[in-house]
Ligand binder design. Sequence first.
Ligand SMILES: C[S@@+](CC[C@H](N)C(=O)[O-])C[C@H]1O[C@@H](n2cnc3c(N)ncnc32)[C@H](O)[C@@H]1O
Length: 282
Amino acid sequence: MNFEDWYKRSQDQAKDHNISIAELDWLIVAIAKVERLHLKLRDINLSGDQVLELDGLWQQRIKNKTPIQYLIGKTHWRDLELDVSSAVLIPRPETEILIDLAVGMNDPNSDSIWVDLGTGSGAIAMGLALGIKNSQIYAVDCSFEALAIAQKNAAKYNLTKRIKFRQGFWFEPLSSLKSQITGMVSNPPYIPTSEVNCLDPVVRDHEPHLALDGGIDGLDCIRNLIQTAPEYLISGGYWLIELMAGQAKTVRSLLETNGNYQNIQIHLDYDGVERFVSATLK
Ligand SMILES: C[S@@+](CC[C@H](N)C(=O)[O-])C[C@H]1O[C@@H](n2cnc3c(N)ncnc32)[C@H](O)[C@@H]1O
């Protein structure tokens, strides 16, 4: 099949399956290495093998519902181009707000230590390293596969000296930093177990459940972070997480009940959803 016929058929498939044409165009630009403008002007000439390769990937998007980012192996987040695989959650646009919140909290005149717990692709750790100049970042994940991707992403942006990677459970691999951490940022798994199977198949069948499943009420990891952070943060240190719509008020009461936190605040995402909670250690 020539490119023009394949492209028309693929656009129809996208419409039939409610997939944005932008995903198809992104696949073509990334895999066939053509300029977006040339695609728009139909000024491209692909071999039969190239069209076959594109079609193989596109059918995985249509039939298996594989996210386009996994097929391309890359995604864009803030001003970064990150490698992704099915070992890591695809970083979401709303998570970018965590970086702005952390940068706004940080005192630019002091050196600081920030940690990204559950780093996945390394997106948050890299955003922190780039946004908070005089900081040392620690990025933790229990998944070796995720850490390998995060390290590769950090190396691409020359951030391997600024970010130290640690494998383990939440704060556990940071025992040498007790009472020294300026700020903790985390986008932990927060979906209640019973809801994971109801997610869109693009997410449910492809993204790691380790990154999604937050236990019976979705709050297992968040409770752990509330309980353990006081041992690790400096007095006045920051606690900042992303959570699911509907969880913010419960998390605020958990922080209040814990007794070690003050300045507890709920922050909205781009859609006005209560998506983030921050607090400072007393
Ligand atoms: C929702 S994903 C967030 C990934 C990335 N920070 C982001 O925002 O795109 C949660 C991450 O937490 C990691 N994780 C799950 N349980 C963990 C644990 N007990 N200790 C450390 N990391 C954990 C998962 O492997 C996953 O990478």
